[in-house]
Design a protein around this ligand. Structure first.
Ligand SMILES: NC(=O)c1ccc[n+]([C@@H]2O[C@H](COP(=O)([O-])OP(=O)(O)OC[C@H]3O[C@@H](n4cnc5c(N)ncnc54)[C@H](O)[C@@H]3O)[C@@H](O)[C@H]2O)c1
Length: 307
């Protein structure tokens, strides 16, 4: 008996990395899997159907059930195709795991419109597309959505496009969680760190190194991450993903988990940390009086210049 006997999961980007490990794990636990993967390069472009097929072959060899689906989940048609594949092949949808992702690291002064658009398409719009197509089926019996964001969304030197997409995913998930809760569908976010995957490209290492070694600021998030035991493996993230699909995490909805190897953390919900009120409403002149805003910002400094 597996945790997911009789259930059906769509996993995007499941040909490699975290998605692959999630597909293998959930199949071992009895789920029937739609293994979606375009099989392109880590910066977008290209396609190779062998990655999705290899994972399907592995699942079947171990006695599980899976089907390969190779649409690009970067727009509405791809999102619908992957959900249709689940319904046509297995007749139901219980879990939707939006894991496909690409990166195009560039400094903002060098980032083209195409660099921005392609990253938003795969990492954000594609997630909307699968949820838009899948929600009607998830609602029938309840289920779970797991969306992949990133610690990069907290702020990451050289990754403005990717940060924008991944924080879009977080906001979208919080909203979808509110909309689908009444139908027994939960939606949560994972911010993973895991390697080595196809995303560990030299351009990422260059921008990380510049932030750490030249600017001497944490390259992503506001904290120095690490020292959390072994560097995260895709299997560690897959375990959290599967747990978020299971009923054992039924109290989590619209929440975020960070995971890196042996470190798992519940992320703070955004909230006001301090408020200041003006009876007549704020004016520019009012804000320019140091005494009024001092209570709000007196101890804040510009972390990125040291001022
Ligand atoms: N690995 C990390 O440290 C890390 C950190 C933060 C966030 N993430 C996120 O976790 C998720 C998985 O990352 P990973 O490290 O396993 O990456 P990966 O590159 O190993 O796997 C991603 C898969 O997505 C597929 N894919 C890309 N574009 C696609 C498209 N348009 N349609 C269908 N499939 C597509 C790729 O072919 C690839 O197999 C991604 O969303 C990524 O942004 C990873």
């Amino acid at each position: 008996m597996g945790q997911f006997d009789g259930k059906v999961a769509v996993i995007t980007g499941a040909g490699r990395g975290i998605g692959r490990e999630t597909a293998l794990l959930m199949a071992r636990e009895g789920a029937r899997i739609v293994v979606n993967d375009l099989g392109g390069g880590p910066q977008g472009g290209g396609a190779d159907a062998q990655y999705a097929q290899q994972v399907v072959d592995e699942i079947k060899a171990a006695g599980g059930q899976a089907v390969a689906e190779t649409s690009s989940v970067s727009g509405m048609a791809g999102g619908k195709a992957v959900v249709d594949c689940a319904m046509d092949t297995f007749g139901r949808l219980d879990f939707l795991i939006n894991n496909a992702g690409i990166i195009r690291p560039k400094r903002i002064t060098e980032m083209s419109e195409e660099d921005f658009d392609i990253v938003l398409a795969v990492n954000l719009k594609g997630y909307f597309a699968t949820i838009r197509a899948g929600a009607q089926h998830l609602k029938k019996q309840g289920g779970a959505i797991v969306n992949f964001a990133s610690p990069s969304g907290f702020g990451h030197y050289g990754m403005a496009n990717y940060s924008a997409a991944k924080e879009g995913v977080v906001g979208m998930t919080r909203s979808v969680a509110r909309e689908l809760a009444e139908f027994g569908v939960r939606a949560n976010v994972i911010r993973p760190i895991s390697g080595p995957t196809t995303m560990n490209i030299p351009e990422v290492l260059e921008t990380l190194g510049y932030a750490m070694n030249v600017l001497k600021i944490p390259p992503l998030t506001n904290q120095w991450l690490g020292n959390s035991g072994p560097y995260g493996a895709p299997q560690n993230v897959a375990a959290v993903t599967a747990w978020l699909c299971s009923d054992l995490s039924e109290n989590l909805n619209g929440r975020e988990l960070y995971v890196n190897g042996g470190h798992i953390a519940l992320v703070q919900e955004p909230e006001f940390i301090r408020s200041q009120f003006a009876v007549e409403g704020w004016s520019f002149e009012g804000l320019c009086q140091e005494a009024t805003t001092r209570a709000l910002t007196w101890d804040i400094r510009n972390r990125f210049t040291g001022k």
